[in-house]
Design a protein around this ligand. Structure first.
Ligand code: FES
Ligand SMILES: [Fe+2]
Length: 382
């Protein structure tokens, strides 16, 4: 993150006054429980946000070489993106044109120069053009379809890869990021190394996963035996970028930094810098590494999470163990403290006995996230 930017953020903390109230938002908000539990609304979210809109596939460093691929599923649509010989990307529907078997079954890997279906061995080039239907003795010679793989849109910039699951309509990454690109570019994401991705499933609406990370207000109480001693529970630094937003969680000793001469200020050792790329991703600069969360809604009350850790340089065995311990800790705290609470929240909301939730001015990212989401759904309906 650029130094002037770090100074600007730290100055806001320094100027925020008693209990950091200067970092509070301008208004509270009431959101009906149905925003989380209504199946009809959920179907609209899938269509508007996950199918028609751009979503984050992953980081460029996860598929750096020709032949490398990444897969994902969005609103049920299986996708694969493949790095071409010239370095560009092609996105295909990950289903064979014969009888729709998946061409790739892993999250990532390398396909080499051809894609071979593991059902009956139909073979495609890396752009998705059918090359051969081997061992069929001409049995498909009367088929008039082209049988090339279907394409959808993919775009890559700032070390981030976005796809549009539902169509080939091109993606403007700058427009998608809405201003967050200045900071994200400064992280140099292209230079990181993927260490590991872990996948879990939870009984809650997908938005509750993102809600979990929006505010620090819960740290003092929910994380009293884990994080509370080290983190500030009174505020987050918040900014919005269109539908996306930034929420920076701070260490409890952050004000130590502003006692130094300003040219020496750095926010990085004191902060968890979280970019929410709505709808499906959270890109986090965490002191000495990057974490990426991706969400895959499976139903109105079920969500799959993919949590990836990226190291600033290729790790040796010792460094790898260090990063794995970081990932273990992250998933232990979220998996034993945050998400079980969010699952209970979902059950309460789904019971019909709780009409609404309240987001306070101490939780400004929540107000923005849900206001912008409601507006996007309304706009799509209109
Ligand atoms: S489904 Fe792919 S070759 Fe048959
Ligand atoms: Fe938490």
């Amino acid at each position: 993150m650029r130094h002037e930017r770090q100074v600007e953020l730290l100055q806001r903390v320094a100027d925020s006054g008693e209990h950091f109230v200067g970092l509070h938002g301008s208004r509270s908000m009431i959101n009906p429980a149905s925003a989380y539990t209504d199946p009809e609304r959920h179907a609209r979210e899938l269509k508007v946000l996950f199918r028609d809109g751009p979503t984050l596939l992953g980081l460029s460093c996860e598929m750096a070489s020709p032949g490398d691929y990444l897969t994902t599923t969005l609103d049920g649509i299986p996708l694969a993106v493949i790095r071409q010989a010239d370095g560009t990307l092609r996105a295909i529907i990950n289903a064979c044109r014969h009888r729709a078997a998946p061409l790739f079954t892993e999250r990532s890997g390398s396909t080499g120069r051809a894609i071979v279906c593991n059902y009956h061995a139909w073979t495609y080039d890396t752009e998705g053009t059918l090359l051969a239907r081997p061992l069929s003795a001409g049995a498909f010679d009367d088929v008039t379809n082209t049988c090339n793989l279907h394409h959808v849109a993919v775009a890559e910039k700032y070390g981030l890869i976005f796809v549009r699951a539902g169509s080939n309509e091109s993606i403007d990454v700058d427009q998608t990021l809405g201003g967050a690109q200045d900071d994200l570019e400064s992280f140099g994401l292209g230079g990181y190394t993927h260490v590991e991705t872990r996948t879990n499933e939870w009984d809650m609406n997908w938005k509750l996963i993102l809600d979990t990370f929006t505010e620090s207000y819960h740290i003092r109480t929910l994380h009293k035996n884990s994080l509370a001693a080290y983190f500030n529970s009174d505020c987050v630094l918040y900014e919005d970028f269109g539908r996306n937003f930034l929420s920076v969680g701070l260490r409890s000793n952050v004000l130590d930094e502003v006692t130094k001469p300003q040219q020496d200020w750095s926010i990085l050792p004191y902060s968890t810098i979280q970019y929410f790329l709505v709808p499906n991703a959270l890109v986090v600069h965490q002191i000495d590494h990057i974490e990426v969360w991706r969400l895959e809604p499976l139903g109105v009350g079920r969500v799959r999470t993919h949590t990836s850790l990226f190291a600033p340089e290729p790790p040796n065995e010792r460094a790898r163990q260090y990063w794995i311990k970081n990932l273990d800790l992250l998933l232990k705290v979220t998996g034993s403290e945050d998400f079980p609470t969010m699952e209970r929240i979902y059950r309460a909301l789904a019971s019909g006995a709780v009409p609404e939730v309240v987001y306070g001015r101490i939780e400004p990212p929540l107000v923005h996230f849900h206001t912008a989401l409601n507006a996007a759904l309304d706009a799509a309906q209109a």
